[in-house]
Design a protein around this ligand. Structure first.
Ligand code: 5GP
Ligand code: ZN
Length: 116
C-alpha cells in the first residue's frame, strides 16, 4: 500500500494514529472526524495515498466512490440524521487542510445542527 511518511491520514490507515473506525475494507477506510461538525461527521479515504482529486487515478476514485452509498447508509442507520451532505475540498483556497484525498460525510439534523 503506498504510504506517505509525513501524512496524518496514512498514519491513521497504518494504525500509528488512533481513530474511531466507521468502515474498512482492503482499499477504503472511514473514520470519525476529530472535530465533529455534526454528530457522526465521517471522513472516507482511499488507503492508497493521493493528494487530492487532481492527482487521483480513476481506479482509486472508483474504489472510493463506490463505497459511499454503503457507508452513508450505515451512518444514517446509526445516527438517524434527517439529511446528509457529502463534501470534498481540494487545495488550500478551497479549505483542504489535510493533503490526502477525503470525502466528508456530514449528517444533518435540522436547523441549528452546527453546519450551515
Ligand atoms: P479538510 O479541511 O482537509 O477538508 O478536512 C480535514 C479534516 O480532517 C478536518 O475536518 C479535521 O478535523 C480532520 N482531521 C485532522 N486531523 C485529524 C486526525 O488526526 N484525526 C481525525 N479523526 N480527523 C482529523
Ligand atoms: Zn496519505
Amino acid at each position: 500500500m503506498s504510504h506517505k511518511e509525513d501524512c496524518i491520514f496514512c498514519k491513521i490507515v497504518a494504525g500509528d494514529i488512533p481513530s474511531a473506525k466507521v468502515y474498512e475494507d482492503e482499499d477504503v477506510y472511514a473514520f470519525l472526524d476529530i472535530s465533529q461538525v455534526t454528530k457522526g461527521h465521517t471522513l472516507v479515504i482511499p488507503k492508497k495515498h493521493t493528494k487530492n482529486i487532481y492527482e487521483t487515478d480513476a481506479e482509486t476514485a472508483g474504489k472510493l466512490f463506490t463505497r459511499l452509498p454503503e457507508i452513508a447508509s450505515a451512518i444514517k442507520e446509526t445516527y438517524q440524521p434527517i439529511g446528509m451532505n457529502l463534501l470534498n475540498n481540494n487545495e488550500k483556497p478551497a479549505d483542504q487542510s489535510v493533503f490526502h484525498l477525503h470525502i466528508h460525510l456530514i449528517p444533518r439534523y435540522g436547523k441549528g445542527d452546527g453546519y450551515s
